[in-house]
Design a protein. Structure first.
Length: 96
């Protein structure tokens, strides 16, 4: 579980990032969760954009991704989900 201080730290680092994945009208599938998992291993911190034509709740989508990848939800702001998971091989971010 992330503390408030750690979430603020991660939000600061995620500010300049652009969304790596987009979830559209087809929603999430196992392949997309697997790709997000691989990307989290390389980058640790990513943004996922939820398009307007997706009618699922952003909170539900974020929970599905977090459960499928073992990531933490840092923030859901607008149509963007920010996710963090510490990398085993490519550790770049040291949390406070």
């Amino acid at each position: 579980m992330l503390t408030g201080k750690q979430k603020r730290f991660l939000r600061k680092h995620a500010h300049h990032l652009t969304p790596v994945f987009q979830i559209g009208k087809n929603g999430l599938n196992d392949n997309m969760i697997e790709q997000i998992d691989e990307t989290l291993e390389k980058r640790e911190l990513i943004k996922v954009s939820v398009l307007q034509n997706n009618f699922e709740s952003k909170e539900d989508l974020a929970e599905q991704i977090a459960n499928g990848t073992g990531a933490y939800i840092v923030q859901i702001i607008g149509n963007v989900i920010i996710l963090y998971r510490e990398s085993r091989e490519y550790k770049q971010i040291d949390l406070p």
